[in-house]
Design a protein around this ligand. Sequence first.
Ligand SMILES: Cc1cc2nc3c(=O)[nH]c(=O)nc-3n(C[C@H](O)[C@H](O)[C@H](O)COP(=O)(O)OP(=O)(O)OC[C@H]3O[C@@H](n4cnc5c(N)ncnc54)[C@H](O)[C@@H]3O)c2cc1C
Length: 354
Amino acid sequence: MTPDVIVVGAGPAGAATAILLAEQGLRVVALDRARFPRPRICGEYLSPEAPRLLDRLGVLKAVDAAATPLGGMRITAPDGTRLTGAYRPVGAYRPYREHALAIPRAALDALLVERARALGVDVREETRVTDVAVEGARVTGVEAVDRDRRALSLRAPLVVAADGRASVVAGRLGLRRPHRLRRMALVTYVEGLDDGAGLGEIFVDPPDYSILNPVAPGRANLSLVVPLAHAAPWSARLEAFFAARVRQLPHLARRLAGATRVAPVQALGPLAYTVAPPRHGGVLLVGDAAGFYDPFTGEGIFTALRSAELAAEAARRALERGDCSREALAGFGRARHAAFAGKARLTGALLGLR
Ligand SMILES: Cc1cc2nc3c(=O)[nH]c(=O)nc-3n(C[C@H](O)[C@H](O)[C@H](O)COP(=O)(O)OP(=O)(O)OC[C@H]3O[C@@H](n4cnc5c(N)ncnc54)[C@H](O)[C@@H]3O)c2cc1C
């Protein structure tokens, strides 16, 4: 049976797109090279708007059971000044929840995949997409290898690329571009921290910043973002680089006194890249597959879920009309730009980098 949509990647962007398409009665195949639950390098913070989308996707109750609520964010400036912001209504703005959430990605992503499967999505784990099929001006499907190393050729009127930062789809279509911002993230976990009063914590000390996110009682996700050039010579000795760098950030070092690092340091970089709009029809790019700038605002998952919502709407309209040409799908790019361009400019301004 030919599916209506092939979703490549079942992280938050792909699983959410698959869920929303399945709810519309469409036949969806979702392929992921991983087996869930799987970890993902991430600060594991969900902004107060993300629960609106998780509610719509039918997983909020399960997410709440696995997550830690965060009443606000405490920012420590280079001179030690501390500013604590609570998630409260501001003027006409009402957040969906008056708290953010911290949740291990292994748990969050598995819940979304489980939900997609429960709605009839044909989720195929350990299935790696290796190439994109193109006929003329249209993407017509994908080539993949399944868990038994069998080659698969799948065809559908629409392919949704949700395969993250190393997107095979964006790569094969020649859309990915490097960004001049060259930064790297180092991520680990610490235990034994003093009580953080139910807050996330950011330590800004240019050119670095660090985020502490309490994902479970007594356990926090610790991310450190540094210039790539500073970390690169240490690529074989990241643990030593990480320990020395933390000592250089006095407010973070003081906060971590008495805490123990309980997981290896994982590194990811360069963080930023851009992805051009597709020149072909038959394809939509969502989540990190469509580009990534910086994890500072902790909105990557929200962006992935919101772009999934916009993509599912564009897909529904195009499939209903039987027209998945580039022109018919172009409204998605415009809607995405309208939804995120303002925030992207703000992040750039905050980091003083755009
Ligand atoms: C250091 C760091 C910290 C971050 N912290 C936060 C944070 O605290 N809060 C937040 O909201 N965001 C954060 N982000 C951003 C967030 O992690 C991403 O924006 C989010 O994961 C995007 O979701 P996605 O579904 O697009 O991609 P992913 O989560 O990367 O999912 C992509 C999926 O595609 C699959 N895949 C990849 N290639 C293939 C292939 N060839 N074939 C089949 N499957 C494939 C992968 O296995 C994966 O499951 C952070 C990012 C970084 C780098």
